[in-house]
Each structure stands twice: as C-alpha cells, then as structure tokens.
Write a protein that binds this ligand. Sequence first.
Ligand code: SAH
Length: 470
Amino acid sequence: MKFLPMFMRIKDRPCLVVGGGDVAARKVALLQRAGAHVTVVAPALCEMLMQQSKDGQVTHQQAAFAPADVTDYALVIAATDDAAVNQRVSIATQERGVPVNVVDQPKLCTFIMPSIVDRSPVLIAVSSSGASPVLARLLRARLETFVPAAYGRLAALVEKFRTQVKVRFKTTNERRIFWEKILQGPVAEMLFAGQEKAAYAALEHAVQNASAGEQATGEVYVVGGGPGDPDLLTFRALRLMQQADVVLYDRLITQEVLDLTRRDAERIYVGKRRNYHTVRQDEIHELMVRLAKQGKRVLRLKGGDPFMFGRGGEEIDTLAEEGIPFQVVPGITAATGCAAYAGIPLTHRDCAQSCIFVTGHLKDGSINLNWDTLVQPQQTVVIYMGLKGLQILCRELMTHGMAGNMPAALVEQGTTPRQRVFIGNLETLPNIVKAADVHAPTLVIVGEVVRLQEKLAWFEPMTTSNANPT
Ligand code: SAH
C-alpha cells in the first residue's frame, strides 16, 4: 500500500488553497463541503472564487505565494498552473509538518485526494495511489450506479436505533445478524423508495419484535424493464433485479434484460403461454402475494413502464390490500423508447404541440376510442397494441377527418438489435404490415413528426435488411 486511507476532520479548521483558477475553485468547494474555513492565496481569482470572496465564504489573500503563508493550517492544497510555485508550496508546507497536496503531482504530495462517492454520512473513497486518476474516476462512476442515492439516509436512520439495538441484543454477533437483515430487507428498500416514515415504523417494529422469532415478510418490486435495450434500465431497476429471490416476467421482457436478473433467482414466466392462454391477472396477483408471504423478495418485471398500459395499478392494489410492502420503479415506456431509437421526436415546435398515448386493443372486434380527440391537428398519436386492429384504426382516423396521406410509422421490437421501422401513411400502413410480416410488439406513431425520421434516424439495429421499404 503506497498510501494509508484516512478520513480527516477539518470542520471549522483553517485550510489553505494556493491558486485562484477553476481547479482551485473545485478544491475549495470540496474543503467547504467538509466544513473547512478556506483561505485562498492568489494574485487573481476566477469568477466563482471572486464571488465567494465577495460573499465572505473564502478569505482571499491577493498576493503571490510566500512560504510563510502555510503556517497554522490544517492542510494545504496547491492548485496553480505554475510548476515552480507548486513545488515551493510543497517544500514549504512539508518543512512545517503540515499535510500538502499538489494537484496532479503525486510526488509533491504528502496526501492525495481520492475520487469520492458521497452518500454522507457514508463515504466511499477510491484511489489509484496517483497511478491513474481517470481510472479511479471511472471506478467511482460504476460505484455511483450501484449505491442507492439514499444510502446516507439509511445510515442516519440506523444511527437513531443503535442504542436501542445494543440494549436488545447482547452479543455483537446477534446485532450483526439483525443489522444485516435490516440493511438488505424491506426497511432499506422503503427508505430508498422515499417511504421514510414507513421505514422508521418498520425498523421500530423489527427492533421490538425481533426476538419473537417471527418470519421475515417479503416484498414486491414492480419494476419497469423498459422497451428492450438493457442499457435503458434505471439504476434502481438494476439493483432490485440483482437482489430479487424470484422473478415474475412477461412476454415483453427481452432476454437481454432478463439476463440481468440475479443468476440464482427463480424465474417464472407469466406471459402468454404457447397455446395463447394468458396467465390470468388474478393468478399473477395470487402468486405474488403467496411468494411475498413466504418471505421472498419478488421482482415483478414488466415491459416498458408498469403504469403505462401495464396493469401495474391493479397489481399493487392487491398488494396494498394484503399489507405487503411494495414499490414501483418507472421504466422507459415503449413510446419514448421507440420514438428515440427510430428518430421520431414525439413533439416538435413546427408540427406537434401535443402527444397522446392510446391503446388500440381490440375488444369484441372493435376499438373504443374518442376519435375526435385523436384527429386534432398538431398532435402526435402513439398507439400501443395497435397491430391487430391497425386496419380499423387507420380507417376510423380517416373517417373522423385525418388525411389519408398523414405520415405514420410502425416500430417493431423498438430499441433492440431486432428493431425494424416502417414508414407509410394511414392508407398504406395496413398493407405494409402484411408485406413485411410485422409482428408484436409493434408501436404505431401517427403524425407529421414521422416525416422527420428520414433525416433523424440514427440507431443501427443488427437486422437492417427489411427496414424502411417505403
Ligand atoms: N407497459 C408497456 C406497454 C405494454 S402494452 C410500456 O410502457 O411500454 C404492450 C404494447 O406496447 C405492445 O403491443 C406494443 O405496442 C408496445 N411495445 C412494448 N414494447 C415495445 C417495443 N420494444 N417495440 C415496439 N412496441 C412495443
């Protein structure tokens, strides 16, 4: 180990930054976050430091650096662009036994600054011992994605109960087991999902009842898996996918997304079966409730966004009735995913000031939509589940006044390597489906914005052979 990692208390202590540029400003900001009183020595200041000096947030000594300056500081940082000055700061500071850091010059430092993930009071510091600050920053970015934003609040909550837990559990081993369960269970998840009061109550309950040996309750994560490209998952979705014990997923979930669920989780398919019999919605509800009551962490993984034509509302309704903890994680819905990957902006200042999402699902052979609101000018219409009823959809839109040559697009398996985009208009669209053998899942986009696709398409799926037959 080239350096000893430490965390230093500099709250209310004087610290010195030599240099007045942008780099110095960043170091000043960092020291201030830790509560230091910062003095800046520099002949001139950048705009940000100038403002801070005016506001009294930093003390400015307008002068060139002189060795005597470093006395009486808890630490010194040199951030000038003059190598000779930096060196003098380093020598002078070391002579007085004060810790010194020279930006980007590890040899002149007695301490170096790590990249940090700040979830105060939780801090993760990453260092490459000066070998490659960029590498440390990249690693930090990866950690950022894995550590929930509310980790600090979790630590603060735990702190409130530390004494109580110490009284309740006599041995460190008992306490460790208790905390491990809490920090990886519903209490933590409630807090991450912003349910602070519920988390507090659940933790209080757990502390009081822990010795009763009750079975842990499970929980359900209703997670939007997005339209297909795994890169479009949210950080939270990914984290929950990797800690679930059992996964209930349906037809829209691509293999690429499913592959990111925990390897040893049980996976249950609840979409359409081979004989086209769909697992009934109430059967899914029952299954979720049963698994959660067994103490399992159940991931209900749904295509796109759970609340967008996804029956997410019905599912959590049952969970709420049963008193099972749950949370909902939004996902990128097919409309925004497909629009982006097809190069069709859903709104545009020149031709669409509004956008409407509807379902084209057929019920008894007809589609029950408010056609007059759909045919409004300057509006984009996005139709989910519109493939089967496409002929009726196009016909009704025209009957209600939309021009037959209104541009329209089909996006099949949007955002995946198998994406196909077909451009036509209300008259030609149904024939394109037949000619190109288009299958679900396919999204229909109707409106002037579709014209922009020709210029704006950027995504190159792997199978381009059949794309854009128009
Ligand atoms: N909750 C989902 C929608 C479920 S309804 C969401 O927010 O996206 C199912 C319909 O969504 C499909 O019939 C299709 O119209 C659309 N859809 C979902 N994923 C799609 C994809 N990758 N490409 C094209 N359409 C998609």
